[in-house]
Design a protein around this ligand. Structure first.
Ligand code: NAD
Ligand code: LMR
Length: 335
């Protein structure tokens, strides 16, 4: 029996993500929460003859906390794509003022109704919203760092696609598995091509390497600009978010899987203390992690001991920016 709840299920990401989760044979209950339009999305999905029973939850007023509580109770996994997306000219940090409060209130609901759930945070700015959720759960006394995931999978998906596009005759995007570490915004995104795609990456000129890395770091902007005010990545994000959710479901059924995620480098997680030393003492960073039924089983910190000198420089820039993003999230809850 696996119950998955999606908060923000009626949105641009929420709808296709809900569809993908509805199709997963491991999921027995799909719970959809949103503050608008969710009964229609739920009714639509409920006609699909896959195993998951679909239920939707819409609050009757701003004060109504029952709908959220009912949607969350008994959840094994909660995925959060709730909040506003970017428009051209905005950074992810510009979303903080609105999304921080949304994520905080959803985290309070999780703490009270599904404290053991695996929590996947998609809402931007991920570098700050993940610390917000952690601080809320700490205050409520139910925090387990191994169960909290900042979803950075879209950066991995892009890193694989973009290098393959440079070798269209000889490669497919599925040939690559590039690890992307750091955070999820601009220069905090550090694709480790020297490890995941060494031979193809080394054949590129210095200028091509720079352009490729920049494209991964600012890939979100391409979609924001193309959508021209109508939002940011939704379909590729739903695919990426589902990939992490599916990997966790596979891991819970006993298949070992490694994925990158933005996590709290808490010493209770195997390898996290070593990881933290490698990133200048930062509390949060995206690393490849081994997954298990209880969430993050181990941080594969060794990857940072193998990076190139050029990647070390990118990491230094990422660390500096991340420190500020993390502090902003932590102090929002503790202000
Ligand atoms: P959207 O506006 O299409 O959908 C957001 C949904 O959230 C809406 O249906 C809205 O009603 C709902 N919502 C708002 N407040 C809520 C609340 N308190 N509780 C429940 N639901 C609530 O936006 P989108 O394109 O789906 O993007 C959602 C978020 O995901 C944005 O913050 C965006 O920046 C982020 N995002 C992250 C990544 C990533 O890689 N992590 C990628 C793409 C987008
Ligand atoms: C992305 O990387 O596509 C998302 O974080 C959305 C955005 O604002 O770019």
């Amino acid at each position: 029996m696996v119950k998955v709840t999606i908060c923000g299920a009626a949105g641009g990401i929420g709808q296709p993500l809900s569809l993908l989760v509805k199709l997963n044979p491991q999921v027995t209950e799909l719970s959809l929460f949103d503050v608008v339009n969710v009964p229609g999305v739920g009714a639509d999905l409920s006609h699909i003859n896959s195993g998951a029973v679909t239920k939707s939850f819409l609050p009757s007023s701003r004060e109504d906390k029952t709908a959220l509580a009912d949607s969350l109770k008994g959840s094994d996994m909660v995925i959060i794509p709730a909040g506003v997306p970017r428009k051209p000219g905005m950074t992810r940090d510009d979303l903080f003022n609105i999304n921080a409060g949304i994520v905080q209130s959803l985290a309070e609901g999780i703490a009270e109704n599904a404290p053991k759930a695996l929590i996947l945070i998609i809402s931007n700015p991920v570098n700050s919203t993940v610390p917000i959720v952690a601080e809320v759960l700490k205050k409520k006394g139910v925090y387990d760092p191994a169960r909290l995931f900042g979803v950075t999978t879209l950066d991995i998906v892009r890193a694989n696609t973009f290098i393959s596009q440079l070798y269209p005759e000889e490669t497919k995007p599925t040939d690559f598995e590039v690890r992307v570490v750091g955070g999820h915004s601009g220069e905090t995104i550090v694709p480790l091509y020297s490890l995941g795609a060494k031979s193809h990456f080394e054949k590129l000129s210095d200028e091509q390497k720079k352009t490729l890395i920049n494209r991964v770091q600012f890939g979100g902007d391409e979609v924001v600009q193309a959508k021209n005010g109508a939002g940011s990545a939704t379909l590729s994000m739903a695919y990426a978010g589902y990939r992490l959710a599916e990997s966790l479901l596979k891991a819970s059924a006993g298949t070992p899987v490694t994925e990158c995620t933005f996590l709290n480098l808490d010493p209770s997680i195997k390898g996290a203390a070593e990881a933290k030393k490698l990133v200048g003492g930062l509390e949060y960073f995206s690393f490849p992690v081994k997954l298990s039924k209880d969430g993050i089983a181990e941080v594969e910190y060794q990857i940072l001991e193998q990076v190139s000198d050029a990647e070390k420089q990118l990491l230094a820039v990422a660390e500096e920016q991340l420190a500020k993003n993390i502090e902003k999230g932590v102090s929002f809850v503790n202000k």
